[in-house]
Design a protein around this ligand. Structure first.
Ligand SMILES: [Fe+2]
Ligand SMILES: [Fe+2]
Length: 353
């Protein structure tokens, strides 16, 4: 089997939009069991927070959020990806997740056995669709998955940790155009295009490298409408490269094919390169280093507001604006009405809850 993967290693982080830092922190740390690994501000909009969560700050796969309380709810569609997915080791763990979510008042879907894995879906309080997928389907049986006898789960155990993304699902109108784009721009390969079992009029296209052939699973339909990014939506999807040298290779290639891009942007914890796919989905290529421990000890990353050096002199005015935002945006947990999980979960038209 060929193993000559290009510079793109897989997913680095996925960035979304939340209406409330407090609500977001409660959900991602206390319910999903992640650790906040960075508390900072949006470097392009410095009076709003940028929150980072991960299971392990020394590794990639962070889920990050811009806090924009005044932004309306977003709409899933072209340019506004559908969902993201975490990988867990087994169906047993998936069942533990269902029990844990239910015990915390978070609705989740039934179990969806398909495509060599079993998936459970939920939404965060802002409406983001989150899939938890198990590839080990050894114990798969209808009885086992009926979920009528859920175990008692008192905490997110080590075995349940959401440490790795399985995939992210943007939307495309034209999978052939996406296929050409990822090949020419990023050196990624398309591993399959098949009917989407949740929506027979649409298809799923797996894109990735040899190590992880479908870390992007584009959903597509010629009838797809345009989306817009707002609270409860994915803002952009970042892929990882090893370091600056590999990132430069990607940049040179984007320039060579004439694809408009941001150039290299120093985000302090990593270096970023932004561009859009043919459907307007915002993508990023980010370096693995320097990492979240570049400016604070690994043990205490995320515990207090950190700013990149070039923003440090503005700390008083930034802190004042954030305090004011908290005053007018108090914690609302549990949410007044919890967003409903779509059924089936990967159909393209999703109602705004
Ligand atoms: Fe999925
Ligand atoms: Fe990013």
């Amino acid at each position: 089997m060929p193993t000559d993967d290009g510079p793109i290693l897989g997913l680095h982080h996925i960035t979304l939009v939340t209406s409330s830092e407090q609500l977001n922190r409660k959900f991602y740390t206390e319910i999903l069991g992640l650790r906040r690994v960075k508390l900072s501000v949006n470097q392009d909009d410095v009076f709003h927070r940028h929150l980072f969560y991960a299971d392990d700050p020394s590794k990639g796969n962070a889920i990050t959020f811009f806090e924009w309380p005044d932004l309306p709810r977003g709409l899933i569609g072209l340019g506004s990806p559908h969902h993201l997915s975490y990988e867990v080791p087994s169906v047993d763990v998936l069942i533990q997740w269902k029990a844990w979510l239910s015990g915390n008042g978070v609705p989740s879907s039934g179990f969806y056995p398909r495509d060599g894995r079993v998936s459970l879906y939920l939404r965060d309080p802002d409406g983001v669709i989150i899939e938890i997928a198990a590839r080990d389907t050894e114990k798969l049986s209808t009885d086992y998955l009926s979920g009528t006898n859920l175990p008692e789960v008192k905490q997110v155990s080590n075995g349940m940790k959401l440490s790795r993304f399985d995939h992210a699902s943007p939307i495309t109108r034209d999978p052939a155009a996406t296929r050409r784009f990822v090949d020419k721009a990023l050196g990624l390969r398309t591993s399959f295009t098949r009917v989407n079992p949740d929506d027979k009029e649409s298809s799923t296209t797996g894109i990735g490298n040899y190590a992880h052939p479908d870390f992007l699973r584009y959903l597509s339909s010629p009838k797809t409408h345009s989306g817009y990014v707002g609270t409860g939506n994915i803002h952009h999807i970042a892929m990882a490269v090893e370091g600056d040298e590999e990132q430069l290779k990607v940049l040179r290639n984007l320039d060579r094919i004439g694809l408009r891009n941001s150039g290299i942007v120093d985000r302090f914890w990593f270096h970023s390169l932004y561009f859009r796919d043919p459907d307007g989905n915002l993508l990023e290529v980010a370096t693995k280093n320097p990492g979240y421990a570049a400016d604070e000890p690994l043990e205490s990353v995320g515990s207090s507001l950190v700013l990149p050096p070039w923003l440090e002199e503005r700390r008083p005015e930034i802190q004042k604006a954030l305090n004011e935002e908290d005053r007018t945006n108090p914690l609302r947990w549990p949410p007044r009405s919890y967003p409903k999980v779509p059924d089936p979960p990967e159909m393209l038209s999703v109602e705004v809850a």
